[in-house]
Design a binder for this molecule. Structure first.
Ligand SMILES: [Zn+2]
Length: 150
């Protein structure tokens, strides 16, 4: 490796949440613009790289490479809360997903078909800026496993 220690530290620090030190995932700038409330937009840096803090217990939703942070009260949608949607485009909460599966319908396939038809608007509506399919599938597996324990 030909990078200095300082450079390495900088590379590593950039996507780490300044509050909780968990890793953040990169988010498209259009997502941040769409999700921030006016007060958040007034102070945000449109040319900075933004990250979504993946720690469910952290109040920070977005931070940028300069360590500016945007918390729950800076954004328009419910996230990291009980009852927050998993699929923001078609409004599937955990509760609704569970009811759907128990009722014999396949929410994952429903959402997948919508995505394949390009009817999704993930980069504008999902605060993480990408499709929810992975999360939906994880959640369905999780509660199916819980169910089978009983
Ligand atoms: Zn955090």
């Amino acid at each position: 490796m030909n990078i200095t220690r300082g450079e390495a530290a900088q590379l590593m620090v950039e996507n780490i949440c300044p509050f909780c030190f968990h890793k953040g995932n990169t988010v498209p700038i259009i997502t941040v613009k769409s999700i921030l409330k006016p007060k958040g937009l007034e102070r945000f840096y449109p040319y900075a790289q933004h990250y979504f803090c993946t720690n469910p217990a952290c109040v920070v939703i977005y931070f940028d490479q300069h360590e500016n942070v945007y918390e729950k009260h800076d954004i328009k949608v419910s996230v990291k809360d009980r009852g927050a949607p998993i699929c923001y485009c078609f409004d599937w909460t955990k509760e609704k997903l569970e009811l759907g599966v128990k009722g014999g319908i396949d929410p994952f396939n429903y959402i997948r078909i919508m995505v394949l038809a390009s009817r999704n608007a993930c980069e504008l509506l999902n605060p993480e800026g990408h499709t929810c399919l992975e999360k939906v599938s994880e959640f369905i597996k999780e509660f199916e496993n819980e169910d089978s324990k009983w």
